[in-house]
Structures are given as structure tokens and as C-alpha cells.
Ligand binder design. Structure first.
Ligand SMILES: *Cc1c(COP(=O)(O)O)cnc(C)c1O
Length: 343
């Protein structure tokens, strides 16, 4: 079998959730959008619900339905994109709570759904989703009567603890919500680390659960092991891969591993990233192809039959640096071809 193995440590995801839950004084929900950052909404959702998570957040209603099927009745499931055309039946049948983003969405919701919990998303400066201050003010009476379950906003710069935007958004959020009696939520992973004035009633960690920055104390969650299909010896002046972007300067032992850019190993890591054979680092040489990667394994004493792209030596953030990317993108790009093994 030449499919690569992606190990997903559910126990460490739960342990990260417990740690972030303690840091936010028992207020932690869990963000499992984009198939739990690529790691499997069903497996991750069930594990986190067992660990005690009661409030889940996803991006779109379809993800909410998949999560409800996995965790059953009980946990609350909030939808960041609110109530869009085509969502009404899903929201009702799967007991999902839309976070209403605009006057337009509120009107649409009231026309289509009755007696159903809603939340409200406010814009406090990011200008992505949520009601503006004046819009929220004008709807204040209607919204108060609906007794929203939760009011949220999102921080634009929380990965940088010293950024003045954090406090600015906190001030805006407090000002906008001071007259409404309702649970509140502002902090994602970065916001949790900013301190307790950012925590409110529910926090929304995502990346920290999956072992990524800015939660530097996170336990590692994934390992990625790529099988070696073939090993050859390349002589000086010979080249490896498409477009001859790598030329041997000396006799080189080259392994061709199974996986490529179709599996989320970005092509701009060509000639840059490192794969590990136990403790030994081995450089990617030449262009990353769709399904195959060339690796210089001259430093390995024996011929390796697999190489690790993610392991204890190399985190998603280490790899992201090679790709000029972020851990979030590495995770959510992980391909569908991997044999996912849950621990
Ligand atoms: C993705 C997202 C989160 C989780 O953010 P992390 O940085 O992964 O912790 C929380 N809230 C909103 C609105 C989001 O879009």
C-alpha cells in the first residue's frame, strides 16, 4: 500500500481542550469548522463532547448537520455564517443556532423560522462578519425581545498580544453589548491567551486544540508518515524532478516518496522542506509533483522505507514556515488520500 499515514491523536486534542478550558476558567467551547481543521469533524466532535465540550462552532450549516449526526442531541452548535437562503430546513432539523450577521439575515430568519434559538455576531472592527454598531443599535429592541442565546465578535489581531487592535475591539465589544442581558463570546485561541477580560461566558478555541500557534504550549496532534516507493543513486550533474530544478553536486541517494501537492504538500516547499527518518533530517530535492516527492536520503545509514513530514521534530508551524504559510493552512490542506489513523 502506498497511501501515506496521517496519525491523529484525539487524546491530545482533548488534553489541549482541557488546558484551554482551564485557562478560560471553564468557558471553552470548541471550533470544529472545515472538518475540524481537516482532522475529521465526526471523530473530533465525539471526542470533545466526551471530554465535556458543550458549545461547538462551525462555519456553515452543512457542517453543523454533520456534527449533530456525530454528537447527537445536547451540545449547542452555532453557525458563524448565520442564516442563509437554503439553510432553514437544516437549522431546524439539526437544531443549529445561527449567529445572525446583519439586519438582512435577521429579517430573513424571522420570515422563515419561528421559535428557534438565535445568536448575534457583531463587527467590532475586523469588517468580516457581523452587525455594525449602528445597525445593532437600530435593531436593539427586536433583538432583545428575541432573547438571543449568545452574542459574539471576533478579534482580528489576537495572535499578536501587543497589538493595540485587541484592546480597541474589546472596548467596542463592551460598549456595544453593555445594555443587553445575554451570554457573550469574544476570544478564539489567541484571545484566550490575552487574559480574562477577553474571556466572557464562552471562548472559541480552534487552532489551539489542534496543536498550532499561537498556543505554544499545545500538545502535538498529528504525525504524517510517507512511504518510500523507490530509492536510486544519482550521479554528479544528474537532475531530479520536473524542470530540472535540482542538480546533484556529488553522488546522492534519492528516495521517491508517495504524496505530493495533491495531498496538501505545497509546491512552494520544493527544494526547501525536510522529512525525517527517525532523528535524521532529509531535504526535499527538486519540484514536488502531484503524487511524488524526491528526497536526499544520503545521510541515512540504511535505506528508509518511510519518511516523516510531521512528527515530534517538525510541527505544523515549522512546516508552515517553509511554505510561507500558517499552521491553519497546513492542517486544512491535508489531503483526502491519506489513511487517517486515530489514536
Ligand atoms: C475560526 C474562528 C475561530 C477559531 O479561531 P482559532 O484562531 O482557530 O482559535 C473562532 N471564532 C471565529 C469567528 C472563527 O472564524
Amino acid at each position: 500500500m502506498s497511501s501515506a499515514e496521517l496519525y491523529i491523536n484525539l487524546a491530545n486534542i482533548c488534553s489541549n481542550w482541557n488546558a484551554l478550558n482551564s485557562l478560560s476558567n471553564g468557558a471553552a467551547g470548541a471550533v470544529v469548522k472545515a472538518n475540524a481543521y481537516g482532522l475529521g469533524i465526526k471523530e473530533v466532535g465525539i471526542s470533545l463532547a466526551k471530554a465535556g465540550a458543550r458549545d461547538f462552532f462551525v462555519a456553515i450549516a452543512e457542517e453543523g448537520a454533520a456534527l449533530r449526526r456525530a454528537v447527537g442531541p445536547g451540545p449547542k452548535i452555532y453557525i458563524f455564517s448565520g442564516h442563509m437562503v437554503g439553510d432553514t430546513t437544516l437549522l431546524r432539523d439539526f437544531d443549529l443556532i445561527p449567529l445572525i450577521n446583519s439586519a438582512k439575515q435577521l429579517l430573513f430568519h424571522l420570515e422563515n423560522s419561528s421559535n428557534q434559538l438565535i445568536g448575534i455576531q457583531l463587527d467590532t472592527g475586523m469588517n468580516r462578519l457581523g452587525m455594525e454598531a449602528t445597525e445593532f443599535q437600530e435593531l436593539n429592541e427586536t433583538i432583545s425581545k428575541l432573547k438571543p442565546d449568545l452574542i459574539i465578535s471576533h478579534l482580528a489581531c489576537a495572535d499578536d498580544q501587543t497589538h493595540p487592535m485587541n484592546e480597541k475591539q474589546l472596548v467596542n465589544f463592551n460598549a456595544m453589548t453593555k445594555d443587553i442581558n445575554c451570554k457573550k463570546s469574544l476570544a478564539a485561541t489567541g484571545g484566550i491567551l490575552l487574559g480574562k477580560q477577553y474571556h466572557f461566558d464562552i471562548t472559541r478555541p480552534g487552532i489551539g486544540l489542534y496543536g498550532g500557534n499561537p498556543y505554544s504550549n499545545a500538545k502535538r496532534v498529528i504525525g504524517l508518515k510517507l512511504p518510500v516507493i523507490q530509492i536510486r543513486t544519482v550521479l554528479p550533474d544528474e537532475t531530479v524532478g520536473y524542470s530540472n530544478t535540482w542538480t546533484a553536486k556529488k553522488i546522492t541517494k534519492v528516495a521517491t516518496v508517495s504524496s505530493g501537492y495533491a495531498d496538501g504538500i505545497f509546491r512552494n516547499m520544493s527544494n526547501k522542506a525536510t522529512l525525517y527518518y527517525n532523528e535524521i533530517p532529509n531535504s526535499i530535492i527538486g519540484r514536488i509533483s502531484m503524487d511524488l516527492i524526491g528526497v536526499d536520503v544520503s545521510n541515512c545509514k540504511e535505506d528508509p522505507d518511510y519518511l516523516w513530514l510531521l512528527n515530534g521534530k517538525q510541527s505544523i508551524d515549522d512546516l508552515a514556515e517553509e511554505a510561507n504559510s500558517i499552521g491553519y493552512e497546513i492542517l486544512t490542506a491535508l489531503g483526502q488520500r491519506y489513511n487517517r489513523i486515530y489514536i
